[in-house]
Design a protein around this ligand. Structure first.
Ligand code: ACO
Length: 428
């Protein structure tokens, strides 16, 4: 039976259809609400609003479930590789051997970026944050591939843009770091896998080849899988909404990188480490910072705690925590910041304030600690997140275009002045 929601307004009743998803999530379809009643809905931060229907990622925040195209994040993290997961997200199915090999080969053969990109990079001052550099360089790809700007581009052209985006992102990300530390850039190596190639471009020097440690490369590949998609979050919604104006994939991804940058989203991984260091430098006084986080007159929040949708636990945080312990042990790294993190987690999880608000460690709480152990500098953490999120953003952009979604354009309730007469500047 088709379910409906009935609403009454000013003595009129209307029925709105209920839409049911494949995991039985339900939504009221309000697409006729305004034409039938003159009303719009108001939902700040879109806490109750579905912006689209999607077959890419399923997330159940109450039960701590995350699946890409139906496959659990636990299975994918254990058995798959980042490029295999990228193929899955973008194409909807896991690839067979030939499909995977072709995909890898196409990506490997597009890792170089135009030499002119180097002069753009040279224009950035050394203090430039790598996230700002990365989104500018991604945007600059439109200049080198102008066909990507054509809203009527062919599917071959779109596929080419997708391959180039995945292939060139590690190069651009590593170069944004090299700019930061004022070292010569390192070119990609096609004999290395995706994650090893990235680590090579980050850490090698022209004078010194960097033998990539397989433990580090494997851990990085797993982290990229865990970050690959997360349905309609701030950055994915940004990518879809920019794409809805028929902007190119490069422009949309560049916007996604900017959306991810903020400390309430992907920037939290950098903020977590900065917070843990601050606590350690303050005599490791964890209780003081838990108290500050609870104090409503203090803007301080526990970074890496809380999530808009996960209200029991973040499944990615569980996998990362385990990976973190394994990597630190395998690499023989002891990190005093980890002790602060563990104490903080223990105290916060028992505290009624955090229990009442369902605040648990999220993916960013532990990822920063692993990145540190892998030798990644703090201001590159959010770049690492962006690198992982590329296939998810691409899949979201592609789906939105294939569903021919209309331009994203919310409405508002105006609270400003009513019409008034213009006052000449002399009389103000
Ligand atoms: N520390 C202290 N209190 C918190 C925290 C926190 N980290 N997070 C939420 N709260 C409190 C709020 O003050 C609020 O309390 P109140 O009901 O008494 O007013 C309540 O919990 C609900 O918080 P909201 O901000 O309304 O929740 P929302 O869903 O809008 O925000 C968010 C989620 C942004 C992730 C938030 O929990 C936060 O700021 N966390 C810290 C930043 C962080 O780790 N971000 C990474 C998220 S994961 C990701 O993007 C990959």
């Amino acid at each position: 039976m088709n379910k409906k929601v009935e609403i009454s307004f000013q003595n009129e009743k209307i029925e709105l259809p209920v839409v049911t998803g494949s995991e039985n999530e339900q939504a009221v379809d309000i697409s006729k609400l305004r034409s039938q009643t003159g009303l719009i809905t108001l939902d700040r931060g879109f806490k109750n609003t579905g912006s689209t229907s999607s077959s890419i990622t399923f997330l159940d925040g109450e039960r701590g479930i995350l699946r890409y195209r139906g496959y659990s994040i636990e299975d994918l993290a254990q058995h798959s590789s980042f490029l295999e997961v990228s193929y899955l997200l973008i194409n909807g199915q896991l690839p067979n051997i030939n499909e995977l090999n072709n995909f890898k080969s196409e990506i490997t053969n597009h890792t170089l970026v135009a030499e002119d990109v180097r002069s753009i990079l040279d224009g950035f001052p050394p203090r430039a944050h790598p996230m700002g550099v990365l989104c500018s360089l991604v945007s600059s790809l439109t200049a080198f591939y102008p066909k990507s700007l054509d809203p009527n581009r062919s599917s071959e052209e779109i596929n080419g843009t997708i391959i180039r985006t995945i292939a060139k992102l590690p190069t651009l990300a590593a170069w944004s770091y090299k700019n930061r530390v004022r070292q010569p850039i390192i070119y990609p190596r096609n004999d290395l896998d995706y994650s090893s190639n990235f680590l090579h471009m980050m850490f090698a020097l022209p004078t010194l080849n960097n033998n990539v440690n397989p433990i580090v490369a494997n851990a990085l590949d797993k982290l990229l899988i865990l970050h690959a998609d997360h349905e309609q979050n701030c950055s994915a919604s940004t990518v879809r909404i920019v794409g809805s104006s028929h902007a190119s994939l490069y422009a949309s991804i560049s916007a996604g990188i900017n959306a991810l940058w903020g400390p309430l989203h992907g920037g939290a991984n950098q903020a977590v480490i900065e917070m843990l260091e601050q606590i350690r430098n303050d005599e490791g006084n964890v209780k003081k910072y838990v108290q500050k986080a609870k104090d409503k007159s203090d803007p301080f929040r526990l970074m890496g705690f809380g999530h808009r949708v996960y209200k029991s636990f973040d499944p990615r945080a569980r996998i990362i925590k385990k990976t973190c312990d394994e990597v630190l042990e395998q690499l023989g790294v002891t990190d005093p910041v980890l002790d602060v993190a563990k104490e903080l987690e223990e105290i916060a999880l028992k505290d009624q304030y955090f229990i009442d608000r369902s605040l648990y460690p999220n993916v960013d709480f532990y990822s920063g600690i692993i990145y540190r152990a892998l030798g990644i500098p703090t201001d590159m953490f959010t770049v690492m997140f962006a690198l992982g999120r590329i296939p998810g953003w691409i899949a979201q952009w592609k789906e939105s275009r294939e569903q021919n979604e209309p331009i994203g354009r919310p409405r508002q309730i105006y609270t400003g002045e009513k019409q008034r007469d213009y006052i000449n500047i002399k009389n103000r």
